[in-house]
Design a protein around this ligand. Structure first.
Ligand SMILES: [Zn+2]
Length: 298
């Protein structure tokens, strides 16, 4: 039997416990999820519903906490304090939320400190002369207007690299607006294709979603495998991921597609991805939650 604690011992034990609490919390990694504003008909570019669904799937993942930010760039940029990883799932191009004002500089500072970055769907597109160089450096490549293309097609993903982001991902097929022919780093330095498939010739021949194309350089590459998702390592240890799917919201019900994305979110935070990948379930009810209001309705 232990003797009762003296008052001094009791106070010392309480202080130690108080210290242990916040210290434990600080050990968990913070993933900041940013959803873009609505732009498409229902079921497409459901960024708000998408990030909430992904955050729900990651709930309870050991050592990870999420910060969900809806309807555009966080109004309070202190959400980035202490971030381990950032996801931007939003419309891109000249209106990309990451290139407005001083945000490229803000993100550059975070990336230099080792914060991981993942961009999804239209969020992988930035103008060549505004963000292109940075995205290539940060996530390994970007969608370059008229160089990359954006057809809706149904790749067959049959083989995966030995990479944590591919852990537990089994062969699958999914129709989406899978962009390809990104402007990757020269020689793919530090870039690993995660979701790779050969587009059928008719996909290269177009039409693409916008502009309709076809582009000669895309048609001339018939038979070449393309990377629709990739993971990038930086020389300083930083991590980035690009994922070009994510047009159709219902694809989040595809267990293998979702697993690759969840694995990537864990990986950019420099957490270990389980050998079988991140496990999650998305029901028919889950997929109907948090959808953007239909145009014309309040
Ligand atoms: Zn789209």
């Amino acid at each position: 039997m232990r003797p009762p604690l003296s008052r001094r011992q009791f106070l010392a034990a309480s202080a130690a416990a108080a210290l242990a609490g916040p210290a434990r919390a600080a050990e968990s990694k913070k993933l900041v999820l940013i959803a873009g504003t609505p732009s498409h008909p229902p079921g497409m570019h459901e960024f708000n519903a998408g990030v909430q669904l992904l955050a729900g799937c990651l709930k309870g993942f050991p050592g990870l906490e999420t910060s969900v930010n809806l309807n555009g760039w966080p109004r309070d940029e202190t959400v980035f304090n202490g971030a381990a990883g950032i996801l931007i799932y939003a419309d891109g191009g000249p209106g990309h939320p990451a290139i407005q004002g001083g945000r490229l500089a803000l993100l550059g500072g975070l990336v230099a400190k080792g914060v991981g970055l993942m961009c999804a769907h239209y969020g992988v597109e930035v103008p060549k002369d505004k963000g292109g160089q940075e995205f290539q450096d940060w996530i390994g490549g970007y969608y370059e207007d008229k160089w990359s293309c954006n057809p809706i097609w149904k790749p067959e993903y049959k083989e995966f690299p030995k990479h944590p982001v591919a852990n537990g991902v089994k062969p699958f097929v999914a129709e989406d607006e899978w962009y390809f022919n990104m402007r990757f780093r020269p020689d793919m330095k530090g870039v690993t294709g995660i979701l790779t498939a050969v587009p059928p010739d008719k996909v290269r021949d177009g039409p693409y979603v916008y502009p309709k194309g076809p582009y000669k350089h895309i048609q001339e590459a018939k038979g070449r495998p393309e990377h629709m998702m990739w993971a990038a390592d930086r020389a300083d240890g930083g991590r980035g991921v690009g994922f070009t799917g994510g047009h159709f919201h219902t694809n989040w019900q595809n267990d293998n597609l979702r697993k690759a994305v969840l694995n990537a979110l864990v990986w950019i935070c420099k957490l270990d991805v389980p050998a079988d990948g991140v496990e999650s379930k998305v029901t028919d009810d889950d997929i109907r939650q948090n959808l953007d209001p239909k145009p014309g309705k309040k």
